[in-house]
Design a protein around this ligand. Sequence first.
Ligand SMILES: C[S@@+](CC[C@H](N)C(=O)[O-])C[C@H]1O[C@@H](n2cnc3c(N)ncnc32)[C@H](O)[C@@H]1O
Length: 207
Amino acid sequence: MEGVIHVVGLGPGSRDYLTPAAERVVTQAEVLVGGRRALDLFAGLSAQRVEITGRLDDAITAIRACYRNHRVVVLVSGDPGFYSLLAVLRRHFPPEELEVIPGISSIQLAFARLKLPWDHATLISLHGRELSILQPFLDKFPLAILTDPVHSPSQIGQYLLSQGVTNRQARICQDLSYPSERIIVTDLEGMAAMEAMGNAVVVITDE
Ligand SMILES: C[S@@+](CC[C@H](N)C(=O)[O-])C[C@H]1O[C@@H](n2cnc3c(N)ncnc32)[C@H](O)[C@@H]1O
């Protein structure tokens, strides 16, 4: 008997940043729900798998069908509460039916790599959102932005320049925790000229 959905933050991607608490919950799963990359991280486990594709409704239906009788674990990148599935799950299930295991957010690892404190940072996601949501935050620093392949660092640089923002440093943190990790330090002009990329966090500062 279960009746609780375990929502597990996996961190930025590498197992080095997976917490022991998260690993323990995942290894006890009977049903694993997550994107392809998250499921691949646990390819050795015998749990049944539900892959989340673009259609979140299908994943919710699959969870609803089995969480009362099986141990269902939902895998998310970074931390579940930061621009992730927790908001969606709360719309469909009451909080007492959710257990949340925090994970290290890509934003946390970005600030750690940059050796910058983030106590006064403004955090925004452009993942699937319009560039214009940056408008109220043009004078907030540090400004940390989740990107996606459409709203990529170059698009953000071009947008900030078009809004008259100048004299800023831009740090682009791509593929954090993976062997392909890259940290690029440049200015807005340099960022605007970059090729489009995915899986990146941008941090804008005024120094
Ligand atoms: C849907 S959001 C999920 C954020 C996640 N909940 C977190 O706490 O990091 C996905 C975005 O997070 C950022 N991201 C996630 N993993 C990353 C990584 N390893 N390196 C750089 N950015 C990453 C990228 O901006 C990506 O488009």
